[in-house]
Design a protein around this ligand. Structure first.
Ligand code: FAD
Length: 494
């Protein structure tokens, strides 16, 4: 067995682990980060950017939101059923953390709210400009994976500071002695066991989005049946299970819910094309929410999870497609391609020909209902009622914004079955605002810290879409705070 030693040991080099590594090394600690995969960054390599409040770039753009305002909004949204001190410390650090990232070479394309829609109908009229979208390497319009440039800058900075990365070397166990964390046991890619002792251990393994059993048992969804979340290989709950084995308290676990198509990145034009305030119904053919709200992916994911079979159906006709092709979409997503309707039909034809299950078309309402799996009578009744309301220019049921009240006409009808999705999981390990792991009776476990999604229990039952970039924001700030505190602990211990 190989023996190693470091002041601070980091379990995983994803986003929060990288932040912890840089922060600890900047304070003069020796740092070893064990990483299961062959690269750093974890899910952040798929992402676009973190939240920050009070950053230099916000000040330059006269975005005047304060950390205190964000804190109040967050706590109102979560009904104070989360740790207020933890939320407060995160938001008050977040602006400085963006500056810190910029100082290590991260470039941001700008600061965004989660999506663009007319002021009056934005999913949240109080949605804030907090999402610092990373400038992709080589420039261009930011989209999924833009944040790989940030991961690279953080990895470079950590390396420059002497952080030792042990790639393809998963941690298997936290070593405990007299109730204190004293190190980890890991196994490298050749199967050699490593025992690494040190002053403090920080757990940052990114949750369990790729563990169907934990998703079922802890969150109540059946992966591949009623949820189609991003399942990044390796995110199987290792850190949470190791922390629990070391005596950590449990927190509720949730999915960072939204809605998405199965294998969505290979059907991205179709997925994006239907994220519009057209007609949305459930399996019975009934409308279930004001469609001008569907750009709030958290709320829509929640709504779909409450429907029969946990599915919804978005429907539009040729006339609406023609309008979007000419004038662009009603709701602009910052995530999906910007030339959506130039490529939609080609992907649509391919998907229909390949029998991609979520898509269906028909030349009549009845044919569409049959092909899509919607109750035909229910759908016919809804479309009759909906078209009458469109003619009056007023949605008597949900008061959907009148500019989106476009009737379902004749010609080809397009339908896409919408399913619940998630970016990953949230929560599991009980921590305090210093990111120290706590026992079920709220005693800290000396030397043990947990950060990122493994410990992110600050949203209550629903992700706060009002303050976008929030998961990456929590990850990078919790990592940074833990890195700093772990050094204080480890060096005092020596
Ligand atoms: C498509 C997509 C887009 C997203 N976009 C955004 C966005 O724009 N803004 C935002 O705020 N959030 C976004 N998110 C969410 C965000 O990326 C994650 O919340 C964040 O990266 C989680 O950070 P983390 O440190 O907790 O875990 P990760 O960054 O996922 O890292 C976890 C790491 O742990 C490693 N690991 C696992 N087990 C072990 C073990 N036993 N030993 C050692 N290593 C281990 C993994 O290999 C991985 O590298 C997005 C997510 C996805 C999937």
């Amino acid at each position: 067995m190989k023996q190693m030693d470091a002041d601070v040991i980091i379990v995983a080099a994803g986003l929060s682990g990288l932040a912890a590594a840089v922060a600890a090394a900047e304070k003069g600690a020796s740092v070893i980060a064990f990483e299961k995969s062959n690269t750093t960054g974890g899910a952040a390599n798929m992402a676009m950017g973190p939240l920050g409040i009070g950053s230099r770039i916000q000040k330059e753009h006269m975005i005047s939101l304060t950390p205190g305002e964000a804190f109040r909004k967050h706590m109102f949204f979560t009904h104070y059923k989360v740790d207020a001190r933890l939320v407060r410390d995160y938001y008050f650090k977040s602006g400085d953390t963006i500056d810190w990232l910029m100082d290590m070479g991260v470039k941001f394309a700008g600061v965004q709210r989660a999506f663009t829609a007319p002021e009056a109908t934005r999913a949240y009229s109080d949605g804030e400009f907090t999402w610092h979208v990373v400038q992709p390497e080589g420039g261009g319009i930011p989209g999924p994976r833009a944040a790989t440039a940030m991961v690279k800058a953080m990895t470079d900075r950590a390396t420059e500071l002497g952080v030792q990365f042990m790639l393809e070397t998963p941690v298997k166990e936290i070593m405990m002695e007299d109730g204190e964390a004293i190190g980890v046991r890991a196994v490298d890619k050749d199967g050699e066991e490593i025992e690494c002792t040190g002053g403090a251990v920080i757990i940052a393994t990114g949750g369990f989005g790729c563990n169907p059993d934990m998703i079922r048992d802890l969150c109540g969804f059946e992966f591949g049946k009623d949820i189609f979340n991003f399942a990044i290989p390796g995110m199987v709950g290792d850190g949470i299970k190791m922390a629990w084995a070391a005596g950590a308290g449990h927190t509720p676990c949730t999915m960072e819910l939204m809605y998405q198509l199965p294998d969505n990145l290979n059907h991205f034009y179709v997925e994006g094309a239907f994220r519009q305030p057209c007609l949305w119904v459930n399996r019975l053919g009934e409308r279930f929410m004001p469609e001008d709200q569907i750009a709030n992916t958290t709320f829509t994911g929640n709504a779909i999870s409450m429907l029969p079979g946990r599915v919804a159906f978005a429907i539009f006709d040729e006339a609406l497609l023609k309008r979007w092709k000419k004038h662009g979409p009603d709701l602009v997503s910052h995530v999906h391609p910007h030339d959506l309707y130039e490529h939609f039909e080609a992907q649509w034809e391919r998907d229909i020909a390949a029998g991609y299950e979520p898509v269906a078309e028909g030349m009549t309402v009845e044919e569409l209902a049959k092909n899509a799996g919607i109750d035909p009578e229910g759908l016919a009744a809804t479309i009759k009622e909906y078209n009458e309301m469109c003619a009056k220019g007023f949605d008597e049921i949900f008061e959907k914004d009148r500019q989106y009240m476009q009737p379902i006409g004749t010609g080809k009808l397009y339908c896409c079955r919408q399913t619940v999705g998630a970016y990953g999981t949230l929560g599991g390990i009980l921590i305090n605002h210093k990111m120290e792991v706590m026992t079920p009776d709220y005693q800290t476990i000396p030397g043990l810290y947990a950060v990122g999604t493994d410990a992110c229990n600050i949203y209550g039952d629903s992700y706060t879409f009002t303050l976008p970039g929030n998961t990456m924001g929590f990850c990078v700030n919790s990592g940074r705070i833990a890195g700093e505190n772990a050094v204080d602990f480890a060096l005092v211990e020596e």
